[in-house]
Design a protein around this ligand. Structure first.
Ligand SMILES: Nc1ncnc2c1ncn2[C@@H]1O[C@H](COP(=O)(O)OP(=O)(O)OP(=O)(O)O)[C@@H](O)[C@H]1O
Ligand SMILES: [Mg+2]
Length: 454
């Protein structure tokens, strides 16, 4: 049974409302003042507070403010006499759900309550739904709903507890570090430390002592013994970011550590046993690096036992709206802005852009737009030129509502031809093979589409 607390200094009205609402199936309590109402709320736990605005001492507005301050989320409906309409409006602004004007007919009050009830059940449903979606689309700090990323989530969960080395690959800004942290947290060693080192950012001579530590006097600046990151991460995980940049000399040493689980500080004569889970990441194609002689093949195979590939954002566009909402919400908290979101045009542009910088670029773009926008809604003009202009021609054609198969096919055909020529570095015979058309047909189409470069 829904509970209503009726607050009015007029006894008559309290009696009338109590009778009326009880008849409509509500459980009713009454209070003659704001103070009396406050004394009752906790014990009675009303779903609705139906209160007069103007009462001696504590009026309806103060009652509302006090309820909210106590984090009581009962739905408040105010009643006001004709002359006090401005007070009722003020109450609405302060978070009252509705108001009824006195004198009222019986069904007006009941109707206001029914309306509130409907909205409340909708709100509850929405909240449950949102919660559900949030749970499904989130893995630790990674937000994603695309099938590709759900697969990544499953893989992380599956491999987390093995001590096996994991190699995370993917373009810059796709979230490799987030995946590494999630993997660590989900593993049995999640309570241990997560130590990250960027192998590309530290000069070779320093990197070695950084990783393995050194003894006092091992080199000029080694004024005292120092533990390396392997020791720091013992019992936890060591994240070797940009492993593709690891100098060849250190690749040999790393391979040995992976095999023996022992390290030796620079200048030391003895080995130290370490218990570390290695997570490596790179934006490079390590197989290629291996062929080019820049990465040791044996280390590559040792690292590549459990690869996790994080696909670029443009291959999982379903994740874009989710990420945009998340960044808007988070930035509102951080920047103190009150942006409601993006208008349809801006949303579409973000959805269609190719995001060479992936999620990081999207994150920066949303933040920049939120700072630039004049209103409370981000629009297309707030987006950088590259996003506004780099519309995907196929998407544009489809969005235009054009139905001609011929015109649309031409757009796609031209894209495929350019792609094939890029791939074959301008070799037309091989391009024709890839396109599965004759050499002659290709020459004709090149002329037709006026493709001369390449
Ligand atoms: N799925 C995601 N959900 C929420 N935030 C994400 C997601 N993917 C990436 N981000 C955010 O995008 C930024 C880039 O992510 P991260 O640093 O993990 O990428 P990376 O692949 O390691 O990039 P790089 O190769 O440049 O080091 C971070 O701020 C991260 O929080
Ligand atoms: Mg990174």
């Amino acid at each position: 049974m829904r509970r209503v607390l009726v607050v009015d200094d007029e006894e008559n009205l309290r009696v009338v409302l109590r009778t009326l609402l009880r008849r409509h199936g509500y459980e009713v309590e009454t209070a003659a003042s704001g103070e009396e109402a406050l004394a009752l709320v906790d014990a009675f736990g009303p779903d609705y507070v139906l209160t007069d605005v103007r009462m001696p001492r504590m009026g309806g507005l103060d009652l509302l403010a006090t309820l909210r301050a106590k984090h009581n989320d009962a739905t408040v409906i105010v009643m006001s006499a004709y002359g006090n309409l401005d007070l009722a409006i003020e109450a609405m602004k302060a978070g009252a759900y509705d108001y009824v004007q006195k004198p009222f007919k019986a069904d007006e009050v009941v109707l206001a309550l029914r309306k509130a009830e409907e909205r409340e059940s909708l709100r509850r449903e929405n909240r449950a739904l949102r919660e559900e979606i949030r749970k499904e689309n989130r893995f630790e700090d990674i937000l994603a709903k695309s099938a590709q990323m759900q697969e990544v989530f499953r893989t992380i969960a599956k491999v987390a507890d093995y001590k096996t080395t994991v190699l995370i690959t993917g373009e810059s800004g796709v979230g490799k570090e987030l995946v590494a942290r999630a993997l660590h947290r989900r593993s049995a060693r999640g309570g241990g430390r997560f130590v990250a080192v960027n192998c590309g950012a530290i000069p070779e001579n320093l990197l070695e002592s950084e990783l393995f530590g050194h003894r006092k006097g091992a080199f000029t600046d080694a004024v005292q013994d120092r533990r390396g990151l392997f020791e720091e991460a013992s019992g936890g995980s060591l994240f070797l970011d940009e492993i593709g940049e690891l100098p060849l000399g250190l690749q040999v040493k790393l391979l040995r550590v992976l095999e023996d689980e022992r390290i030796r500080r620079l200048g030391d004569a003895r080995d130290i046993q370490v218990d570390v889970r290695i997570i490596a990441a790179t934006h490079r194609d390590l197989a290629n690096e291996t062929k080019a002689g820049r990465f040791r093949e044996d280390l590559f195979y040792r690292l590549n036992v459990l690869p996790i590939h994080v696909p670029p954002l443009r291959e999982r566009r379903e994740d874009i709206p989710l990420l945009v909402d998340h960044f808007v919400h988070r930035n509102n908290g951080r920047l103190g802005t009150a942006i409601r979101g993006l208008d349809a045009e801006a949303r579409r542009l973000l959805y269609e852009y190719s995001w060479p910088g992936n999620v990081r670029e999207l994150e920066n773009t949303v933040e920049r737009a939120m700072v630039l926008t004049e209103g409370d809604l981000v629009t297309a003009v707030d987006l950088p030129e590259r996003v506004r202009e780099a519309r995907d021609p196929v998407q544009m054609q489809l969005a235009s509502g054009e139905l001609s198969v011929k015109k649309t096919s031409r757009i796609i055909e031209e894209i495929l031809i350019r792609r094939a020529l890029t791939k074959t570095k301008g070799n037309r015979t091989r391009a024709a093979e890839l396109l599965e058309i004759s050499h002659r047909a290709l020459l004709y189409k090149l002329k037709d589409y006026q493709i001369t470069d390449l």
